[in-house]
Ligand binder design. Structure first.
Ligand SMILES: Nc1ncnc2c1ncn2[C@@H]1O[C@H](COP(=O)(O)OP(=O)(O)OP(=O)(O)O)[C@@H](O)[C@H]1O
Ligand SMILES: [Mg+2]
Length: 477
């Protein structure tokens, strides 16, 4: 599965933004808590000042009973807000406010202000004051503060979830914009192939890393184009240059034969030379065709044809050829329509596929051709009962001079047939591939061309074509 950089960037962006906000919320929680607790501490301190004022400056001379009575008088009205307990040295209880219901507030060593939970009362903020020889503990409920802080946490969690969602969307949109030049590079690079080496990646005026990458790729394509052109020129020129001396040799050999002065042995040898010369000429013609097709200098003579009639005529020849080789040939046509193609070239494709299939089929074997017109495409397949081709070689056989079994197959073959078929089909903006035959062993070679080749957009990439015309995923590229 392809992993999208846009998606990853947006998740990273959203995570970073959400984590930053979470840290801010946590700091906010701490600040808010200490601010609210500080407010409670101030209230408690005010209450202590009131208690101390009530006891007066000479409180040390007061009896425990007097102390109790005076504090009682002060704290009576404040019992809704404050919990007070006063202790003498050695923890002798002097006073405990009524709202404590006989409980004692806990003391924490070395701390003057702390929080504690009292059963039946709840969470308290407690302050410890020294009023020698007494210790005064005053507490007030901090329940409301923590309820408010819980509300704060709930709001923060909601905001964080919203932040993650919104920042994912913003991050995705931003990364799409930022990665647009990369997508452009990808799309152009996909279109550039051996048959379309002139196109270049558009380079933006901004001097950034992506523009630099596009420039480097363009330089690489320049080098590739010039080497491809050099190879093509060499093939075309070599084939062209070889044609004339070969014709001369053939003429000389034919002259020798016509004179009739040769011994039987010499005549046989000249005949053999003529056969080999014919084969060599054919290879040269085919190589010339391939290099011209690659250079896109071949113009098809397209005509609107009825595939059923065209294949019907081809089937007559195919049956004769098959019978001659001791095999049988069948044709099945599905769907009617008109297709734009060059009959002579498509016939060349069919003939090569047929000869291959007859070569591979066992004696008495059946070669079946199926034609179908549907979804604006013409699909032709040829199926045989031969040994088939291993998956690893199915794409290789479309390369030049690839012959898998030189002994079993026709020795006259040069291994250029399928390469030529692919060139012709691609000139018709189509695709050709092979796969195992549907019934048992054997090979099925299929080609598909758009019914109206002219309506196809200018050079399509292999994958683009396959997507647009729904050829199977197994299609080799
Ligand atoms: N139907 C088939 N079954 C099995 N193998 C096949 C079949 N068609 C092609 N091949 C293999 O693919 C190779 C390439 O085929 P291709 O048509 O390109 O060349 P060729 O038939 O050997 O020679 P040419 O077509 O140039 O006379 C063949 O040599 C053969 O090994
Ligand atoms: Mg062949």
């Amino acid at each position: 599965m392809r992993r999208s950089i846009s998606l990853r960037l947006s998740v990273w962006y959203a995570s970073a933004a959400t984590i930053t906000l979470a840290v801010l919320f946590a700091v906010g929680y701490q600040l808010l808590e200490s601010y609210l607790v500080h407010g409670l501490d101030q209230l408690i301190a005010a209450e202590f000042r009131q208690v101390r004022a009530r006891l007066g400056p000479h409180y040390r001379q007061l009896s425990a009973r007097d102390v109790n009575q005076r504090i009682q008088a002060t704290s009576g009205y404040d019992s809704v807000l404050f919990y007070i307990d006063v202790r003498a040295p050695q923890d002798d209880a002097i006073f405990a406010s009524k709202n404590l219901d006989g409980r004692w507030m806990p003391e924490v060593a070395d701390r003057h202000g702390y929080s504690a939970t009292l059963p039946g009362i709840g969470r308290l903020r407690i302050e410890e004051f020294a009023l020698p020889p007494f210790v005064v503990l005053i507490g007030t409920s901090s329940q409301q503060i923590y309820e408010d802080l819980d509300g704060y946490v709930e709001i923060c969690v909601g905001l964080l979830a919203a932040m993650f969602g919104v920042s994912t969307l913003i991050g995705f949109a931003l990364s799409r914009v930022a990665l647009r030049p990369v997508r452009l590079i990808r799309e152009t690079a996909l279109r550039i192939g051996s048959d379309n080496l002139r196109e270049r990646i558009p380079v933006s005026g901004v001097r950034d890393e992506i523009a630099e990458l596009a420039r480097l790729l363009n330089q690489m394509f320049d080098r590739l184009e010039s080497s491809f052109n050099a190879i093509r020129r060499f093939t075309a020129e070599a084939s062209h240059e070889l044609k004339t001396p070969l014709s001369l040799i053939r003429l000389q050999a034919e002259k020798l034969l016509m004179k009739g002065e040769l011994s039987v042995e010499c005549e046989e040898s000249v005949q053999m030379q003529l056969e080999e010369l014919a084969r060599l000429s054919r290879i040269i013609e085919e190589l010339l065709f391939l290099s011209r097709a690659e250079a896109r200098v071949i113009t098809l003579r397209l005509t609107v044809e009825c595939p059923r009639a065209f294949l019907g005529a081809f089937a007559q020849d195919a049956r004769v050829l098959a019978e001659h080789r001791g095999r049988c040939f069948e044709l099945h046509c599905v769907g009617d329509g008109r297709v734009l193609f060059e009959p002579q070239r498509i016939r060349q494709v069919l003939l090569n596929l047929l000869v291959n299939a007859l070569n591979a089929s066992p004696a008495g074997g059946r070669v079946r051709m199926c034609s179908e017109i549907s979804n604006g495409c013409w699909r032709v397949s040829l199926e045989d009962q031969g040994p088939g081709i291993a998956a690893a070689d199915r794409e290789r056989v479309f390369e030049r001079f690839v012959r898998l079994d030189k002994r079993a197959l026709d020795e006259q073959g040069s291994g250029l047939g399928l390469a030529i078929c692919r060139s012709i089909v691609e000139l018709h903006r189509g695709r050709i591939w092979c796969e195992p035959a549907c019934a048992g062993g054997g090979l099925k070679v299929t080609f598909v061309i758009p019914a109206d080749a002219l309506s196809m957009p200018e050079p399509v990439s292999a994958s683009g074509w396959a997507e647009a015309h729904g050829t199977p995923g197994a299609v080799g590229t």
